[in-house]
Design a protein around this ligand. Structure first.
Ligand SMILES: [Zn+2]
Length: 205
């Protein structure tokens, strides 16, 4: 299998930054990568959501400042909302109205801070979200999440086959589209071992 990108022990396997965002809890060891403001900035920089200069600026902000605390709280809240929306999309059923309403508020907030910017190299406009407020991470993730949720993913947005034992989701970007696990070397092996044991337990002694 292709080499997996890893951020401080966290495998990046979502196939889309908004999906990776909901996979920021490593359940096997109980580690939440959004436990602190600096953790959030560090993860966002690794994912390319903020550039080096923005990362340096946001890292310089006092972690206990109201701005930093607000950004972290918003990020953690968005992660919950997005997880519910992604799982609803996977299950092909609409999420509760209050979840959709929460996302609408995140989106409205993000768009308030967005502007059209001409990208000469692309010969197109891009929706640029820029500010020295640490909530740019949340605003940009909201925009990415809206793109993900409104795209026709053709059944490629999936939960790991080990759900609910595994909480991870992914966008299958493989050529054949037959991906089943978050990590074949972890969940795939556990699944195969379980199937093997079940098969052999069924054989009469
Ligand atoms: Zn899994």
């Amino acid at each position: 299998m292709p080499e997996v990108d890893v951020f401080r022990g966290l495998p990046i396997v979502g196939g889309h930054p908004a999906v990776d965002f909901v996979n920021t809890i490593l359940y096997s060891i109980g580690q939440d990568y959004l436990a602190s403001y600096r953790g959030l900035v560090d993860w966002a920089a690794h994912q390319g959501i903020i550039d080096e200069a923005e990362s340096a600026e946001l890292m310089a902000l006092d972690e206990r400042s109201a701005k930093a605390e607000a950004a972290l709280a918003a990020a953690r809240s968005l992660r919950e909302v997005l997880k519910a929306l992604i799982l609803a999309a996977i299950d092909k059923s609409p999420a509760p109205a209050e979840t959709a309403e929460s996302f609408r508020r995140f989106y409205a907030d993000a768009m308030t801070n967005a502007a059209l910017e001409w990208r000469g190299e692309l010969v197109a406009y891009a929706l640029k979200i820029g500010s020295n407020d640490p909530r740019i991470i949340v605003w940009r993730l909201t925009k990415l999440a809206a793109d993900l949720l409104t795209m026709d993913h053709q059944g490629r947005l999936r939960a790991c086959v080990r759900r609910p034992d595994c909480h991870w989701v992914f966008l299958d970007t493989s050529k054949g589209g037959g991906r089943r696990w978050c990590l074949p070397g972890v969940c795939g092996n556990i699944h195969r071992l379980k199937t093997f044991r079940q098969k052999h337990a069924a054989v009469p002694q």
